[in-house]
Design a protein around this ligand. Structure first.
Ligand SMILES: [Zn+2]
Length: 240
């Protein structure tokens, strides 16, 4: 079962790549079929097999020999692994479906935010809807109270340090609260702040950023969410 889900994950991951590239460019995600972003040559099925094609083509386009960004096989692999981890956590269930679909949308958001510093509504709004459904079924009313607390804190931080957190980050913490509850969300905040700080210090030491350089925080939040939710990391293990 794990292998089948991994393969399905790879295929979904390949579709997520299409979304990551096309949503900011305003191209339909269905038509036309896959093409090389550089030379626009249409890709046949043999150049379109997740992971396998990248390895067979040695990471280069068959037609223009331009390098295929490492992001492509990475997203496919990541999605495949996440499919397995959620299956091991939830089995085949409604929770499994809800976490998978939300995570898939957030993987798209991760890469778009990384490049364009924006969390697109077409991805965030469905994630919010999914998280409200999840929270209503599995976390009512606690996760909604958690959401209220974290949204308030994030909103205040946003107002106090104007230009720090984006409105998208507030939306993300709302989604995470509903999906993870209090301790899981706390863990996401701790992990993302830690990694974000380390990354910021690294950029400053390398001379690639100053104290005022804007770094999108969304990818750190999303990365931490994927980690916490797929590995079921809890801030505290409550005794049963
Ligand atoms: Zn090409």
């Amino acid at each position: 079962m794990s292998i089948i889900l991994f393969l399905i994950g790879l295929i979904i991951g390949s579709f997520l790549n299409v979304c990551i590239y096309r949503i900011p460019e305003g191209i339909s995600i269905v038509i036309p079929g896959s093409f090389c972003p550089h030379c626009k040559h249409k890709l046949s099925w043999i150049d379109n097999i997740p992971l396998v094609s990248y390895i067979l083509l040695k990471g280069r386009c068959r037609y223009c020999a331009k390098k295929i960004p490492l992001q492509y096989p990475l997203v496919e692999l990541l999605t495949g692994v996440i499919f397995i981890l959620f299956y091991r956590r939830f089995g085949i269930s409604a929770e499994f479906i809800l976490f998978l679909s939300t995570s898939s949308l957030l993987i798209i958001a991760f890469f778009i935010d990384l490049r364009y510093m924006v969390l697109p509504d077409v991805v965030i709004i469905p994630s919010i809807i999914l998280s409200v459904i999840y929270g209503s079924i599995y976390g009512f009313p606690n996760n909604f109270i958690t959401a209220g607390i974290f949204v308030l804190i994030f909103y205040l931080l946003r107002v106090i340090f104007s230009g720090g957190l984006g409105i998208g980050d507030v939306e993300l913490i709302f989604i995470f609260s509903l999906m993870l509850g209090f301790y899981g969300t706390l863990m996401v905040v701790v992990i993302s702040s830690l990694i974000g700080t380390i990354y910021g210090v690294y950029l400053i030491r390398k001379g690639r950023a100053g104290m005022r350089t804007k770094i999108p925080f969304g990818p750190f939040l999303i990365g931490a969410f994927l980690l916490v939710s797929s590995l079921n990391i809890q801030a505290f293990y409550l005794p049963h």
